[in-house]
Write a protein that binds this ligand. Structure first.
Ligand code: NAD
Length: 297
């Protein structure tokens, strides 16, 4: 059993902390939201009144926060944990943030003898609840191996992509590809529908042909083709357009910094930003299907 400080109990962090408790760990949590703290207490976590208090006595500190600024604030801010954590604490940041910030925070902590890995996740809220997340880690082999004890109760697959920051790069590569597949699948389905085809029949044909891919086969964006996907539930309960848009922005930043050519990623970033600006930011990212609907002549 390990002592864990867990900070950030939103859609992802709440169920992740609950699974750590189920895994037999002693978990002390903090979130700015009182409701999130109440839910975590009901799941068996001890609650704290600050990040600093949650991290007291912890061998592992895990953060699951919205974006770069929150992670930087918690570790390097005025009351940052960098000034408090004893040497040898292992910090695991599971938020999706820029690789540059992960390297900045990780390097600063390591200079104080505090271990750090970036460990963004794939698998969404469903995976967080079921304890089947994929962790995509960046950091030393020793640190990633040490993290397994607390990652295992929350996930099914634990990968090491490379050194510090590599987890964040691998994560945005995956999400950029996912966005391209989603837009492509949506276009193909809408083209077929515009010509009178049945979306379910067309989906089956493409699924068994060379167009087969995850967004078509298990996360179909057309309402009614599959039961248990957001498209059949008003695009609720999945991965938000705004979060996809954020990840695509991170991919573009990384592309600019490295000189990588990502024309398709740039295009899907613009599509998702526009879709958000049209008021669809809180829908599942498969709702982009409606953005590419045929204009009947
Ligand atoms: P969320 O907005 O539901 O939760 C974030 C939580 O952090 C909130 O409860 C908020 O109150 C808390 N918080 C913010 N600043 C804080 C601070 N200074 N101290 C303590 N708590 C603070 O977000 P989420 O959906 O849980 O996502 C978290 C991260 O995981 C994001 O980086 C997101 O991109 C990534 N992610 C999300 C999904 C998904 O499907 N939701 C999937 C994979 C990765």
């Amino acid at each position: 059993m390990a002592t864990v400080g867990f900070i950030g109990l939103g859609n992802m962090g709440g169920p992740m902390a609950a699974n750590l408790v189920k895994g037999g760990h002693q978990v002390t949590v903090f979130d700015l939201s009182a409701a999130a703290l109440t839910a975590a207490a009901a799941a068996g976590c001890a609650t704290a009144s600050s990040a600093s208090q949650a991290a007291e006595q912890a061998e592992f500190v895990i953060t699951m926060l919205p974006a770069d600024a929150h992670v930087k604030g918690v570790y390097l801010g005025e009351q940052g944990l960098i000034n408090q954590l004893p040497e040898n604490t292992l910090v695991i940041d599971c938020s999706t943030i820029s690789s540059a910030t992960a390297v900045e925070v990780g390097t600063a902590l390591q200079q104080r003898g505090i271990e750090f890995i970036d460990a963004p996740v794939s698998g969404g809220v469903g995976g967080a609840k079921a304890g089947t997340l994929t962790f995509i880690c960046g950091g030393s082999e020793a640190a990633v191996t040490r993290a397994q004890a607390v990652l295992q109760p929350m996930g099914k697959n634990i990968f090491r992509a490379g050194e510090l920051g590599a987890g964040q790069i691998a994560k945005i590569c995956n999400n950029m590809l996912l966005s391209v597949l989603m837009v492509g699948t949506s276009e193909a389905l809408q083209l077929g529908i515009a010509h009178g085809l049945d979306a379910a029949v067309l989906s089956e044909i493409m699924s068994k042909s060379s167009g087969s891919n995850w967004t078509l086969d298990v996360y179909n964006p057309c309402p009614g083709v599959m039961d248990n996907v957001p498209s059949s539930h008003d695009y609720q309960g999945g991965f938000l357009v705004d979060l996809m848009s954020k990840d695509l922005g991170l991919a573009q930043q990384a592309a600019l910094a490295s000189g990588a050519a990502t024309p398709m990623g740039a295009l899907t970033h613009n599509l998702y930003r526009s879709w958000s600006q049209l008021g669809h930011g809180r829908e599942d990212f498969s709702s982009i299907f409606n953005f590419v609907k045929a204009n009947k002549k």
